[in-house]
Design a binder for this molecule. Structure first.
Ligand SMILES: Nc1ncnc2c1ncn2[C@@H]1O[C@H](COP(=O)(O)OP(=O)(O)OP(=O)(O)O)[C@@H](O)[C@H]1O
Ligand SMILES: [Mg+2]
Length: 640
């Protein structure tokens, strides 16, 4: 960061403040006079407020922390109307940053406004989000600024009074290791989570194995039962096959016998039908013969009647008393009578012959009828026999059919038994158990793979837990940075003390048992004084503090892209005597010289501000900012 300009309205002691750094010497002394007190007074003139303006513009916080302790409005210049505004412009590697902060401002109220190359960089609606964004753009935050940019006689703790643990934590923060605690906490959570997930997976795995063993036993038991069943099935199957064979044979035999009986019944029935037809014919013939006989008898009776009439006529003609015709009652001749008698006699002869013939026919027919009836009777007897045979055969056939039906029922039952026997009641159960076993084996494989992954993850998280632990990467990085700190601090201390003092930082070390020593000692050697830091004089301790603070500032510079380029030393030299203070000022000037910094491998400071009440160093400065206070209001002024 290269500071370009900054300023404020109604901020702390100032009603107006503006400073453009262009044209100023990099080493700047801030001198002041408080005209409200006494001519020689510098206290309260507004010197430190310059660094406060920079701190507030960058982070919204003062170094002295008034806004947190006394309220956000405590930064507003007492009695000012229209609130306060503080602004700053700086060149960053990413662009030109302008920040404006307001408090109770008529237009901008309590807003923060910020741009990078004219682009708004405000993030979110909460001020802290914007502050985070600005700190991210700067590459350092308020804490690091207070620690490594501002070296304050009162607010920057002396290394002689702070605990080792505090020094260690400062160094860690300067190295950017502050987040390691958060990371470690996060990873610890992951390790614990991993542990409980691993335990759950192990339980799942052992449950799956137990279930698989159960399934294996079930399968074995079922396969044993199946074996027994198959044996019984085979024995019973053979028996059933025999029974089926016997039954089937019987069925065939009954079927054959039934066919024979049926054929026999049909044959007898055929014969009976034939006989019946013959009988009918004979019966018809007998009827015909009867009819002929009756006709002949009727004819015979008719002829007999005719014959009696003709006989009577012939008798009358024969017995004719006169010559009167018995028929026409007319007188007839004897010849006529004779002829008539002759005619009647012929007719009688004819009639007698016809009667005889008719009688012969009657007799013949009567004989035929008798004969035919005898035949009919004979046939009736034959038919009766045949009917018996038919009914016997049919009864036999029905009996056999009944037996056949029973055998077939039995055969069907046996075949059903055989089919039932063919069904394996264990096959489906075994298949189910096998399917379950396959599922469980898959589950087992998955659980084993998950457990493997989980163990891998556990190892991984445990590694990072160790890596983020104080004796992991922190120790590693701290150990890596400590030589640089040692070298720089000793280099500065040599300059400040004319090589009479040296220091050594001792960082964290692992114990044999795997624990670590949370120590960060500073060993001091003083050729002409105490060899413990706390035992040295104020000026000597001031030299050690300055050397260490400068080294720490360099450490921060070295890891921030583009560096910070700014150092603000507020009365930190005032404990030093004139000669040491002069050495310190020389050192500060060297830190603004690029050739010297390059030679010593450190980042050059663009601007070093020094506030000091030591009058004898003022001649060493080309740029002096003169602040003065009149009637309770500070302002940048011109030294008379
Ligand atoms: N809100 C405020 N309104 C008015 N004056 C204030 C306000 N806050 C601080 N001051 C005053 O501003 C003056 C300048 O303070 P500053 O700390 O800059 O003085 P200084 O020059 O550094 O003095 P010293 O040499 O004692 O450190 C002080 O008198 C202080 O009391
Ligand atoms: Mg001051």
């Amino acid at each position: 960061m290269r500071l370009i300009s900054f300023g404020a309205k109604n901020f702390l002691g100032y009603s107006e403040l503006e400073l453009k750094l262009a044209g100023l010497d990099p080493l700047i002394l801030i001198d002041g006079r408080n005209h409200d007190f006494a001519d020689a007074s510098s206290n309260g003139s507004g010197k430190s407020s310059i660094s406060e303006c920079i701190a507030y513009a960058l982070f919204g916080k003062t170094i002295r922390n008034v806004e947190a302790r006394y309220g956000k409005e405590s930064i507003i210049h007492t009695g000012a109307k229209g609130g306060t505004s503080v602004w700053l412009e700086a060149e960053l590697p990413t662009g030109k940053l302008r920040i404006e902060r307001y408090r109770q401002h008529p237009e901008y109220e309590n807003k923060i406004r910020a741009w990078l190359d004219g682009q708004d960089v405000i993030r979110g609606r909460v001020a802290s989000e914007t502050d985070d964004r600005i700190a991210q753009l700067l590459g350092f935050d308020y804490d690091l600024f207070c620690r490594a940019v501002v070296i304050h006689s009162r607010l920057t703790e002396s290394f002689s009074t702070v605990e080792n643990r505090y020094i260690k934590s400062i160094t860690e923060r300067l190295l950017g290791l502050r987040d390691f605690d958060g990371l470690r906490k996060y990873v610890k959570g992951q390790v614990d989570k991993c542990g409980s997930e691993t335990a759950q997976l192990e339980i799942k795995l052992s449950n799956t194995i137990a279930r698989l063993e159960e399934l294996e036993s079930e399968l074995e038991a079922l396969q044993e039962k199946q074996k027994t069943h198959q044996h019984e099935q085979s024995v019973m199957g053979q028996r059933l096959a025999q029974e089926i064979k016997a039954c089937s044979d019987k069925t065939t035999q009954f079927s054959k016998t039934h066919s024979i009986a049926k054929e026999s019944a049909d044959k007898f029935q055929g014969q009976l039908d034939k006989l019946n037809r013959e009988r009918q014919k004979i019966k018809d013939a007998a009827s015909e013969q009867d009819a002929v006989k009756i006709k002949a008898e009727r004819k015979q009776a008719e002829l007999g009647a005719e014959l009696r009439i003709a006989t009577q006529q012939a008798q009358r003609y024969t017995n004719m008393s006169g010559k009167t015709c018995p028929e026409c009652d007319q007188v007839v001749s004897a010849a006529h009578v004779k002829a008539k008698v002759k005619e009647l006699e012929n007719r009688l002869i004819d009639l007698k012959r016809k009667v005889k013939t008719a009688l012969t026919v009657v007799t013949t027919q009567a004989e035929s009828v008798v004969k035919t009836k005898q035949e009919l009777e004979q046939l009736d007897n034959q038919c009766g026999d045949l009917r018996n045979s038919v009914s016997n055969s049919e009864r036999d056939a029905a009996t056999i059919a009944e037996k056949l039906r029973n055998e077939r029922i039995q055969l069907k039952r046996l075949q059903e038994q055989k089919e039932e026997l063919a069904v394996d009641p264990y096959a489906e159960l075994i298949a189910n158990v096998k399917a379950l076993s396959i599922n469980k084996e898959n589950e087992l494989a998955k659980a084993q793979a998950d457990l493997k992954d989980q163990e891998e993850r556990k190892r991984y998280t445990e590694f990072w837990l160790y890596a983020f632990s104080p004796n992991g990467m922190r120790s590693f990085m701290l150990d890596g940075a400590t030589p640089m700190l040692n070298q720089l601090a000793n280099f500065y201390l040599e300059q400040l003390t004319d090589n009479t003092m040296a220091l050594r930082l001792n960082t964290v070390k692992s114990n044999k048992d795997g624990t670590y020593k949370d120590k960060f000692d500073i060993d001091v050697t003083n050729e002409s004084g105490a060899n413990v830091l706390g035992g040295n004089s104020d000026g000597e301790t001031g030299c050690v503090d300055l050397a260490l603070n400068l080294a720490m500032s360099d450490l921060l510079e070295s890891r921030i892209k583009g560096g910070i380029g700014l150092l603000f030393i507020d009365q930190a030299l005032d404990l030093l005597d004139s000669s040491r203070a002069a050495l310190a000022v020389r050192l500060l000037r060297q830190k603004t010289e690029s050739a010297w910094c390059k030679e010593h491998g450190i980042v050059v400071k663009d601007h070093v501000f020094l506030i000091s009440h030591k009058l004898d160093i003022q001649d060493s400065f080309n740029s002096v900012l003169y602040v003065e206070k009149h009637n309770g209001t500070c302002r940048l002024g011109q030294k008379a």
